[in-house]
Design a protein around this ligand. Structure first.
Ligand SMILES: Nc1ncnc2c1ncn2[C@@H]1O[C@H](COP(=O)(O)OP(=O)(O)OP(=O)(O)O)[C@@H](O)[C@H]1O
Length: 456
């Protein structure tokens, strides 16, 4: 496992390491049914993997075995190629961030002392700890001067949670484990914390495992989502898009619930869609010129822009024919969406305005083009298409499956009983790979991506 470092990271560079649960079982006491049953699960470096499933299915037990707060009964946990099953648990935990509900802060310690806890244990000097505390407070959007000397009870729930994230990141661990991290805050704060987590992860690219009971949170934050049933039996391990568009079985579709198509709309942003051109005019143009321009382009509307290219109005050709001048006042109900808005937001705006389309604006409200319902619907269909060809990391509860690690490359291959020793090597772009269900049925051997957490 990598040593911790405080060197600033290049944005987008993977700083996480791969995790492999290799045939892991947990039995509590003499109970016959295991809480986790022969779980083999690969968590690619730099990816965010969400554990979801009904209460008691074994999500938390699985996660706590990664930092050995719970000891596996059988199997091993391999982190960055190192079997950590026998290493000292305290040493292991100092090298992994851990975030629990409501932040889990020590109430008698200031924010700075809470965040600096692990660096202090690791023997950092005071100056270095102080600098790190301020850097992390900024990362989680808390002003260091206002917050470093406060006590947890002087913070809101959302702020406590932010400090919890900062504390977990203090020694720059390659792995972050989060147990229902946003469960104790109100929905709006929760959404804000989720958005912040996405931008922090875009910058840091840690390997993050998050336990949640909330499928919406899972599809929003996860590069990959594992849907577990009792005994941590994997029902599906896939991209959020495929969990929504192609649930592997009834269990998953029941868990995802109704409105999966609408949830998919929340995954795509306007800037990922084709944006349509529009005819643009300024208030100084005459209505006749505007009509001529619209007709020449075969458009039914024109967009009137101010000097800073911000939309003022969006009249139709019929309205222009009746007008004596172009509008100069900003129309209050213009359907406008930002480039970063989700398709769900865009659709809301279009439906409310009844325009069937919305004006897209970029930085400083500058007009970029138009997005319409047809484009949104096409994007949904494309998502379904993409769902057929993507590839996923592999997980299985097959007790007979075993893992082979190539000594030179560290490449991992899952070998199932009826096809031993024929690993295919790393995934190549465009290579046809078996779907997860093939692997589950024990009919194939499948290479596991080791270094990239990128979605297909
Ligand atoms: N310390 C323990 N002793 C005995 N049984 C336990 C213990 N901890 C968990 N279990 C049992 O193991 C199973 C899995 O529990 P776990 O907490 O991992 O589930 P979970 O999916 O995280 O559930 P939840 O969403 O309710 O937190 C459950 O049946 C639970 O009752």
């Amino acid at each position: 496992m990598s040593e911790s470092t405080t060197a600033p990271t290049e944005p987008g560079r993977i700083t996480g390491v791969p995790i492999l649960l290799d045939g892991v079982t947990k039995r509590y006491g003499s109970k016959s049914a295991p809480a986790v049953d022969h779980l083999t699960l690969e968590i690619p470096a730099g990816s965010t993997v969400m554990f979801v499933g009904p209460s008691g299915c074994g999500k938390t037990t699985t996660m706590k075995m990664i930092n050995r707060l719970i000891e596996p009964t059988e199997g091993s946990i391999v982190i960055d190629g190192e079997d950590v099953t026998t290493m000292n648990g305290d040493d292991l935990r100092r090298r992994m961030g851990y975030v629990i509900q409501a932040g889990g802060l020590f109430p008698h310690m200031t924010v700075a002392a809470n965040i600096g806890l692990v660096p202090k244990m690791l023997g950092w000097d005071k100056q270095r700890i102080a600098e790190r505390v301020d850097e992390l407070l900024e990362l989680v959007s808390l002003d260091p001067d206002s917050y470093r000397d406060r006590y947890p009870k002087q913070l809101s729930g959302g702020q406590q949670q932010r400090v919890g994230v900062a504390r977990a990141l203090a020694a720059d661990p390659p792995v972050l484990l989060m147990d229902e991290p946003f469960g104790a805050v109100d929905p709006i704060t929760r959404q804000r914390l989720q958005d912040e987590m996405i931008s922090i992860q875009n910058e840091l690219r840690k390997t993050i495992v998050i336990v949640t009971h909330d499928i919406d949170e899972a599809v929003k934050l996860g590069d990959w989502v594992v849907v577990f049933d009792e005994g941590a039996r994997i029902q599906q391990y896939d991209s959020p898009e495929r969990i929504l568009a192609e649930p592997a079985n009834d269990f998953v579709s029941d868990f995802v619930g109704s409105g999966a198509g609408l949830k998919a709309l929340g995954l795509t942003r306007v800037n990922e869609m084709p944006i349509l051109d529009a005819v643009v005019v300024t208030p100084e143009d005459s209505p006749t010129t505007a009509v001529q321009k619209a007709e020449a382009a075969g458009h039914g509307h024109v967009v009137v822009l101010d000097r800073a290219r911000r939309p003022i109005a969006w009249p139709s050709v019929a309205q222009l024919r009746r007008a004596t001048a172009l509008p100069t006042r900003y129309e209050p109900d213009l359907p406008i969406v930002g480039m970063g808005a989700t398709l769900e937001d865009a659709l809301d705006t279009m439906l409310v305005s009844r325009a069937g389309a919305a004006l897209v604006v970029g930085p400083r409200g500058r007009f970029e083009g138009v997005v319409d319902i047809d484009t949104v619907m096409q994007s949904l269909r494309d998502n379904r298409g993409a769902a057929d060809t993507g590839r996923s990391p592999v997980g299985t509860n097959d007790a007979e499956a075993r893992i082979e690690v190539a000594p030179d490359t560290g490449e991992i291959t899952l070998i199932t009983p009826d096809q031993v020793g024929t690993g295919r090597g790393r995934y190549d772009d465009g290579a046809a790979e078996p779907s997860r269900s093939d692997a589950d049925e024990g009919s194939d051997s499948t290479a596991l991506p080791q270094t990239s957490g990128e979605r297909p």
